[in-house]
Design a binder for this molecule. Structure first.
Ligand SMILES: *Cc1c(COP(=O)(O)O)cnc(C)c1O
Length: 220
């Protein structure tokens, strides 16, 4: 299947409350343009420099999502145009995003990344720390950032039961955080291999790469 067909196939299966983020990391602009011409407007990248380059080259009605780990010293490069930052895992990072957003006189939407996987390698906050952050006075003083939901990555495994448990954990954390701020609306979970399960578990935003663009080659 080509990009247009894959995209249409996946989009056709999605309930209307679920947003599809087309994860285009490592892919050339020509591939992204094919998705764009098929109607896709939300793209996810995991490296800031790569996203900045693609943003410069592509139509300006695209919503760019940063789905990777964010280094504080690079926030400034995307602050002007970024639509949503998925991987926020500390108040320190939020403060930097707030500072850079302020320079552009805008508010940047962010998701708190919650650690749901057993693996040590995955970034993210403990649910208790996320609650603390959201209730803190320091956070309430940040006027140029808005927390709009949560993001999580399940363990890389074939064990569907385990993935389901981890998705349920993210959904439960979302509900707990909503008792602090009932404007939260986004649960970003699910990738190519598990997005259907994620939607069954309450996902409202899926991040799909290889099922749209084909497998990635990191060697070039
Ligand atoms: C690469 C990536 C995805 C997409 O993965 P696929 O398996 O290709 O769909 C989703 N989320 C994050 C955070 C990623 O880095």
């Amino acid at each position: 299947m080509n990009i247009t067909e894959s995209l249409k196939n996946i989009s056709a299966q999605l309930p209307s409350h679920v947003t599809l983020v087309a994860v285009s990391k490592t892919k050339p602009v020509s591939d992204l343009m094919e998705a764009y011409n098929a109607g896709q407007r939300v793209f996810g990248e995991n490296k800031i420099q790569e996203m900045v380059d693609k943003h410069e080259q592509m139509p300006k009605d695209i919503q760019w999502h940063m789905i990777g780990h964010v280094q504080r010293n690079k926030v400034k490069y995307m602050a002007e145009f970024i639509s949503l930052i998925h991987g926020v895992d500390s108040l320190k990072l939020l403060k930097e995003i707030n500072k850079q957003a302020k320079k552009h006189d805008r508010t940047i939407n962010c998701l708190l990344q919650i650690k749901i996987a057993e693996e040590d390698s995955k970034f993210g906050m403990h649910p208790t720390d996320a609650k603390e952050l959201l209730s803190s006075e320091e956070f309430s003083e940040l006027k140029n950032v808005s927390i709009t939901g949560v993001m999580g990555m399940a363990t890389f495994t074939d064990d569907t039961k385990q993935i389901e448990q981890e998705f349920n954990k993210l959904k439960a954390t979302f509900e707990e955080l909503r008792t602090i701020d009932d404007s939260l609306q986004t649960i970003s979970m699910g990738m190519s291999g598990d997005y259907q399960l994620a939607i069954d578990c309450g996902s409202t935003m899926i991040r799909v790469g290889s099922s749209i663009f084909g497998s990635r080659n990191y060697s070039n």
